[in-house]
Design a binder for this molecule. Structure first.
Ligand code: ADP
Length: 739
């Protein structure tokens, strides 16, 4: 087990059951009955009746406020409850001829009445000096001077040996950022104190009660007494002025040689920003009024800090915002988002104070400023992909979570990663370099545990405050809230731009589809309308051919007209087929491909006058598709195979099919003309015929039809061929119709 000072976090310091004995305490309930009192009350009021508990406060009022009306305490409470106790505190009373301050506060169902001497150990008239102090303090706009002035003025007002402004970091540890001290003391400026020095619950109390005085570390506390059916520790002293000090804290102060301490809380947006911590090396008491005046200095310093911090944040926010605004305009204007984010005066880098950035988008990687190299980036992305779930991730200690980053910690100890798409490997990453920092601790912060002569480990505060240096490495300066907010803004702008672009592509697609449809209608109409005049041409040619008086020349011309008309008819029929594919819906069914192919082979052998035996049908499994269209596919491809191999010696056409998990692939192989490999892709285009076809009849439409049908079935078609050797056409059909 490790022992550390977090155990202090559990010490219930707000209910110590005792008070500091320079004053005394009485607690009364709502009816005025005394429920608790400090044991030392007798030394201040020797004439008190013996059994105080359970008595009404009215009975002892004359002893604590000689010249006051008999029920003055209840009157004060009534007034304080409606107007706030800061209006009534402190109330000047007279106890046995000595001036006392009565300070009233609430504690659950009780009221705490605390009596403190109304005199300070310092000679200055605080209330008179305070006005001047404050105006001197605010005279300088520079932050460091403001802090220095505040420390000096607090020391001026309350006269402690050492006054420090102590600032808390995010991790709870503190640093002395300003100091005003007696000349003979060594400086603690710049020293750091571990978070455990001021435990969590003490911080909470600093937020509620803005000043805290410990008058004398050697003074014995006075116990709180209460009735037998109650416990002293049940009285909450959060709002108390006299609350006794935790023994651990007393020991801590003694180890430092401090006899008395006083602190003023500095708040920023209701959170504890720091403390004005005052130490005296001899016991020192300052009265409530002086403490309130010092508190005022703290409050003014708090609001000055808040104002300055807000102003600074505002400036940074504006700077980032203007960068993101420009980037978002560029993204919408430019076709390329990458270009918009990386190629102008303002880039991704300006959205934060990073010194390097990387954009990975659409398969491209663009680096800006100082970044790890490609290999290192690859490793980092792999790690991010496997380990980071959040779309925004940032750290100032990358090598701590990803050890390979030690290799490039000089450029990337800090990273901020915004994942655009894990699947597409799209990321934006910002980098901050290593910042080596030497921290001067007041004593070794890791050694809160003491080992005594017997080897026992005991928890005790450090007793060495000698400077102890530590170098912090593999760490970058922090990512500020403003930077995180800026990246989040850029993220939504980028998402919007990407969406817009995707929208634009969809729109183009839509237009293309429309154009296709129009083209289909157009070719359909044209082909259809061409048919009638063409039929007329052909009929008139035939009528004329019957004329026996025609010269042989005229007969030949008419025969050509007739053949031309036939050819044109063919073409029109095919173009009509082609455009019909686009217009008609598929009607799927299971097709007996084997018998379909056999029918075609028989018919085509007759048409091309070849023996059916030149075609070998091997494996021909059933397929799913639109039977009419698939029939057209086989007819075209088989007819080409027969047609373009007719002149080969030992003409041979083989039809075979193989299967894999997802598809059935038909291969139609011939030993015919072959196709020049350069022109292979073009054979599927409309009207494209190769040079080597010679007088072999054709229109150049067949394969375009085939391709269109196959693609409509979400299948694939491709060819393999060698000039003069033969060709193989492959057609892959999906096993499931909708795959
Ligand atoms: P065609 O009506 O000319 O046969 P296709 O669209 O069916 O039109 O084919 C386009 C072109 O592809 C053909 O003109 C021919 O040059 C080439 N081609 C198609 N199949 C074959 C094949 N089996 N062998 C050689 N060339 C072929």
């Amino acid at each position: 087990m490790t022992i550390d000072l977090t155990n202090c976090d559990r010490e219930p310091i707000h209910i110590p059951g005792s008070i500091q004995s320079h004053g005394f305490l009485i607690a009364i309930d709502r009816s005025g009955e005394i429920t608790y009192h400090s044991e030392n009350i007798k030394s201040f009021l020797p004439d008190l009746p013996p059994n105080l508990l359970g008595q009404n406060i009215a009975s002892i009022q004359p002893l604590i406020g000689k010249n006051e009306p008999p029920d003055f305490i209840l009157q004060l409470i009534t007034f304080g409850k409606t107007n706030g106790f800061e209006q009534t505190n402190p109330f000047n009373t007279d106890i046995r001829g000595n001036a006392f301050h009565l300070i009233i506060s609430e504690s659950g169902d009780n009221y705490l009445l605390e009596f403190e001497p109304a005199r300070s150990d310092n000679s200055t008239d605080v209330q008179r000096t305070i006005g001047r102090s404050i105006s001197e303090m605010l005279a300088d706009k520079n932050l460091q001077n403001l802090l220095n002035n505040s420390a000096a003025q607090v020391r001026n007002v309350i006269g402690y040996d050492r006054v420090m402004v102590y600032r808390f970091a995010d991790d709870g540890h503190g640093e002395v950022i300003s100091e005003s001290k007696n000349d003979d003391l060594e400086s603690w400026l710049g020293l750091h104190y571990p978070a455990s020095d001021i435990p969590k619950q003490a911080r909470e109390l600093y937020k509620k009660n803005l000043t805290r005085i410990i008058v004398d570390v050697n003074e014995l506390p006075s116990a709180i007494l209460t009735s037998a059916d109650n416990t002293a520790a049940s009285l909450d002293l959060t709002n108390s002025q006299l609350r006794a000090v935790s023994p651990i804290h007393i020991q801590y102060l003694k180890n430092m040689g401090v006899a008395s301490s006083f602190s003023i809380s500095l708040l920023y947006k209701q959170e504890l920003w720091g403390l004005i911590a005052c130490h005296n090396y001899t016991p020192r008491f300052i009265d409530f009024r002086s403490r309130e005046s010092a508190k005022l200095i703290g409050q003014i310093l708090s609001s000055a800090l808040e104002f300055r911090q807000d102003e600074e944040n505002q400036m940074v926010t504006e700077r980032y915002k203007s960068a993101v605004d420009q980037l978002s305009r560029l993204m919408l204007k430019d076709d390329s988002i990458e270009f918009a984010l990386t190629a102008n005066n303002v880039t991704l880098l300006d959205a934060t104070d990073a010194s390097g950035a990387v954009l990975m988008l659409e398969g491209n990687l663009i680096k800006l400023g100082q970044t790890p190299n490609d290999e290192q980036l690859k490793g980092l992305i792999g790690w991010v992909k496997a380990n980071i779930i959040d779309s925004l991730f940032y750290t100032t200690k990358l090598p701590g979570v990803y050890p390979p980053a030690n290799e490039f910690k000089d450029v990337a100890s800090g990273v901020m990663v915004y994942t655009l798409s894990r699947e597409l490997d799209e990321y934006v990453i910002w980098f901050k370099p290593e910042q080596l920092k030497t921290i001067k601790w007041a004593g070794n912060p890791d050694k809160p545990v003491e080992v005594d002569a017997n080897g026992n480990r005991t928890l005790s505060p450090r007793n060495s405050f000698e400077e102890w240096s530590e170098t912090v490495s593999a760490t970058s300066v922090p990512w500020s809230n403003e930077e995180v907010k800026s990246v989040i803004r850029l993220r939504s702008e980028l998402a919007y731009a990407l969406n817009q672009k995707a929208g634009a592509i969809r729109l183009l697609n839509e237009r293309l589809k429309q154009a296709y449809e129009e083209l289909d209608t157009f070719s359909y109409t044209i082909s259809h309308d061409l048919k009638n005049p063409l039929t007329a041409v052909k009929s008139y040619a035939q009528i004329l051919l019957r004329d026996k008086t025609l010269t042989p020349q005229a007969t030949r011309a008419l025969e050509r007209i007739n053949a031309g008309a036939d050819k044109m008819n063919n073409m029109i029929a095919e173009v009509l087929d082609y455009s019909r594919i686009g217009r008609s819906d598929l009607v799927f069914s299971e097709i007996d491909a084997k018998s379909m192919i056999e029918d075609h082979v028989r018919e085509l052998a007759t048409v091309y006058e070849v023996a059916p035996s030149v075609v070998t049908i091997k494996n021909a499994p059933p397929i799913t598709g639109d039977p009419v269209m698939i029939s057209q596919v086989f007819a075209n491809v088989i007819s080409n195979a027969i047609k373009y191999s007719k002149k080969s010696e030992k003409q041979k056409v083989v039809i075979d099919a193989t299967e894999n998990e997802r598809e059935i692939i038909y291969a139609i192989t011939d030993n015919g003309l072959g196709i020049d490999i350069k022109h292979l892709p073009r054979i599927f285009e409309l009207f494209n015929r190769m040079d080597n076809v010679g007088d072999i009849e054709g229109t150049g439409v067949g394969l375009a039809i085939v391709k269109r049908i196959v693609e409509k079935h979400r299948g694939k078609i491709w060819a393999d061929s060698e000039l003069g050797e033969g060709s193989t056409f492959y057609i892959a059909f999906n096993k499931k119709a909708n795959d």
